[in-house]
Design a protein around this ligand. Structure first.
Ligand code: ZN
Length: 310
């Protein structure tokens, strides 16, 4: 039987996106590259000026999203941001767009979560002040101005409008699964300091906090089993459910709007595939994780087939 997904996209993968090269080669922190530029080079090597992209084949039964992969800022915000670019990158989910390479149906967000955080609800999606962004001083001004807040929130509205239109079509054909791919830091204390304890920090945290487990638990079990069964060069993957993360707004929104058909697995990958301080990816590790994730698709779709009609 043919595999349901295409293989990796053709062409060489860049070793590091241009923004990372700039961090390394430019001694002055700040958004030097992005300041007067309205198109961003993504970590998958494409150039984007659009805030988000719905790619591949729609409608679909399995969708992979990377809503925190983005690093870009629109020019107005690039001039206002105080947070050094390297610090911003550390709080984003770089290379999660690469983790969904090869999936038939993909959603990319190419703007930074510091422009608009699509995994928060509309009211909380724009970090106006430090209190809304882990006490980080994001903007030179005390608080982001109302016009910019409104402009960023418009992206949130546009994204969820587009998502609704797409998922309405998916739901007409039956239930669908979303792999909502994120990543998290585990070396908060410093590059040379011990990593966070493995007991509380699985390599992949599967967040299902807002999922109807009575109806959809079989799909979660099938997915976790399939990912745990994958062989990677360093052995097997430590995959656990709801250890540190339970899923964010995207999962909640889908589960509220598609209670009978929408199943979101919020996947937080520990940043073992990169140096979270330098921003440099480990290409082989990244490819292995991408391959392992792709290999779970048949098992997830088989579990979806077994769902009984509501
Ligand atoms: Zn995230």
């Amino acid at each position: 039987m043919p595999t349901p997904m295409a293989l990796m996209k053709p062409g060489p993968q860049p070793t590091a996106p241009s923004f990372i090269t700039t961090i390394i080669t430019d001694p002055i922190p700040g958004s030097v590259v992005l300041l007067h530029q309205n198109a961003f080079t993504t970590s998958r090597g494409t150039t984007s000026s659009a805030p988000f992209e719905f790619a591949g084949t729609w409608p679909a039964r399995l969708i992979a999203t990377a809503i925190h992969a983005g690093h870009g800022l629109r020019p107005e915000l690039a001039e206002l941001i105080a947070l050094p670019e390297a610090d911003r990158l550390r709080e984003e989910d770089p290379f999660t767009d690469r983790l969904i390479d090869g999936f038939d149906t993909r959603v990319y967000v190419d703007r930074s979560r510091f422009e608009v955080d699509l995994n928060r609800d509309a009211d909380g999606a724009v970090y106006r002040s430090p209190a809304e962004a882990w006490d980080l001083k994001v903007w030179h001004d005390t608080e982001l101005d109302a016009a910019n807040v409104a402009a960023s929130r418009e992206i949130h509205t546009a994204f969820y409008d587009e998502l609704r239109a797409r998922l309405d079509e998916c739901a007409k054909h039956g239930p669908f699964v979303i792999y909502d791919v994120h990543s998290y830091n585990h070396r908060r204390d410093g590059a040379d300091r011990p990593a966070a304890p493995e007991a509380d920090n699985p390599e992949v945290n599967v967040g299902t906090g807002s999922l109807n487990s009575e109806r959809f638990g079989g799909i979660v079990t099938a997915f976790i089993g399939a990912l745990q069964a994958q062989r990677v060069p360093w052995g097997t993957l430590d995959v656990r459910e709801n250890v540190r993360f339970f899923g964010g707004h995207l999962a909640q929104w889908v589960h509220e709007n598609y209670p009978e058909t929408g199943i979101v697995l919020a996947l937080e990958f520990k940043k073992t595939f990169m140096d979270e301080w330098s921003g440099i990816p480990d290409e082989a590790h990244l490819r292995a994780l991408n391959a392992a994730l792709r290999e779970t698709v048949p098992a997830t779709l088989a579990a979806l087939d077994k769902l009984e009609a509501p």
